[in-house]
Design a protein. Sequence first.
Length: 352
Amino acid sequence: MSKGRFAALIAAMALLAARAASAAPLLAGFYLPWDDTSQASLAAHAGALQVLAPMSAAVDSPQGHVRWQPDRALAALRAKSRPGSPKVFPVLSNAHDEIWDVAAAEAAMTNPAAGRALADQLVAKAAAEDYGGYVLDFENLTPKGLAAYAPFLARLHAALKPAGRELWVTATMGQDPAFIGSLAKATDAVVLMAYDQCWATSTPGPIAGDDWLAQTLDARLAVLDPTHTIVALGAYGYDWPQNPDGKGGVAKVVSVTEAEALARLNHAHVVRATPDGNPHFAYNGGDGKPHQVWWLDAAAFRAQRAAALARHVRGVAIWRLGLEDPALWTKPTAARPLRPGPAPAACAMAAH
């Protein structure tokens, strides 16, 4: 074979490998820059991820100012890694100082000057830090804000696109499918938050049950392009206290390791509805109250990842690094897709 043909063969093989890599389902990881366990998981497992999504930024004023979270763990990781691997998609939210700043988010979306100021900051920061894009997570919006969200995303997407940067947006599984579809049209990908079937202030129950996940995914993907959809899967637990009067208490978020340690400490019987279902148990706490603990371990994550990938989505994301089951990184991925079953039990707002 001539040198020219050999060089052409090598180039063709490299192109095919690049195309295969770009077509492979991605794995993204959300993490908290200020949390030690999240930083430790990032350092240990970043090599298994194609996208890192740090909770880095918040819009914190009606003028569109962006507050950036220091992230020494990410800086250290990127100093050791080759450029662009993994890609970094910081999360921009309207959460800061333990509030959802609805006024700041909605001003950025409805005030042209604030919107331009916000976009200019994001474009400049992405260029300086070589970000692959951003994940937008504006929550608790009013009807006015919801109506302005998709047009705002379209403008921000247009500002990022010339440099080849992507814009993703989060959506809850319970939001109106037509609204989620409008977000999808304005961005490169929708991140479906496929967890919190039962949530911290609801009655205790599965965080993402098999039937709930399968049915809700199928309903959402009926109006979304799967190849432009990221499914964010839970990897954490809730510990719900129950007050003596029978009224519910606010659940504490626990890691998978903490949930399993609680079960051992209390000699609790751990129950699963299915082999890969959400494990859960009950115990009497030191506060004198009965508790229920539910979580999503490696077995549940692997089954749910298989379910998402069987629906040909672009990839999945972990919410969040630092809370996940360590076995998630060491055991093989299951191939068993979840299938819709009986209608899942509803979780309700707890009575307080």
